[in-house]
Design a binder for this molecule. Sequence first.
Ligand code: UDP
Ligand code: MG
Length: 329
Amino acid sequence: MNTSAAPYLSVVIPAHNEAEVITETHRRVTAACTALNRPYEFVVVNDGSTDRTWELLVELSCCDPCLVAVNLSRNHGHQLALTAGLHVARGERVLVMDADLQDPPELLPELMRAMDDGADVAYAQRRTRPGDSVPKRVLCAVFYRLLARLADVPTQLDSGDFRLLSRRVVDLLRAMPERQPFLRGMVSWLGFQQTPVFYDRDARFAGTSKYPLSKLLKLAFDAVVSSSLKPLAFATMVGSVTGLLGLVLLAYALASWLFIGGTPHGWTSLIGAVVLLGSLQLFMLGIIGEYLGRIFIQTRGRPIFLVDRVVREGRVVDAAVAEPTRPPA
Ligand code: UDP
Ligand code: MG
C-alpha cells in the first residue's frame, strides 16, 4: 500500500482494449499534468482487456512513478471500472476522463480554474461532437433530454463522465453503496456547485468504440431507473386514464342496454367487468409501484440530505456534514 502523501490531482481513466491509444493518452495526460506543477497521479483501470493494454500499462509504470495501473479481474463495464478508479484515487481533486482522447486532457487548466472559483464539480459539456456518428449524436441528444425530463433532480445536458471532482464529492460517491452506478446521475444528485466548461469533442484517437448500441441502451436504462421513479408511476397514470375512458364506455353500454335495446345478451356486463377489472389492475400495479419505489430509495442507501457548509459569526465552521445515520463507507 502506498503511504506517501496524497497527490493534489488524480486522473482516473477506465480502459477496455485501448492498446492502440494508451501510450498516446499517457503522453498527453502526463504533459497536461506536468504543466500544473503540482503532485499528481494517473490511475488507469484496465477493465478486462483482451489486447495488450495491461502489458503496455505495466511497461509504462516501470518508468513513470506517477502511473498507477489497476487490473480488474474481468470486464466489469465502464461505470464500474470508473468506480474502481475513484476508490483508488487519492488526490484532492479527481479528473475523470475516457482513454481514447475524445476528451482532451488539455481542458484540465480550465476545469481547475472553475474549481478554484468554488465549484465542487467542473463538468465538461460538449458544444459539438464531430467525432461521433450522426445516429449516435441524435440518439444521445434525445436520451439526455428525456433523462432531464424524467430525473428527480436536475441533470446536465450533453455531458459524459469527463469532469473534475472535489475530494468531498469523491468521498460521498464512494460512500454510496449502489450496485449499478450511473455516476453522472449520482454526481448531479449530490448537488453543491456544479459548473459547466464547454468544449468540442474530438474523434477517437485510434481504435473503435467500446460502447456498442447494446451497451449504450443498457447505460440509458440504468440511467433512467437509477435517477427516476417516474416509470413506476406510469401504471397509476395509465390505470387512471383507462379507468376514466372505461367509465365513459360503461355509461354508453348501460345506456344502450336501458334505452336503445338490441345489445347482445351479456355484452353490457362483459364490458363492465373488462373495464373495471382492467383499470383496477393497472391502478393496483401503480400502488405496488409506489411501495417498490420507496423500498428502492431505502436500499439505494443514499444520505437523506447533505450539508454544503455551516457558517457561524461569518466563518465557515464545518465544510461538509453528511446526515449522521448514513452507513459507514
Ligand atoms: N470502457 C471500459 N469498459 C467497457 C467499455 C468501455 O472501461 O466495457 C472504457 C473505454 O476504454 C473508454 C471509455 O470507457 O475509455 C468510453 O468508451 P468508448 O470511448 O469506447 O465509448 P464512446 O466514446 O464510443 O461512447
Ligand atoms: Mg470514446
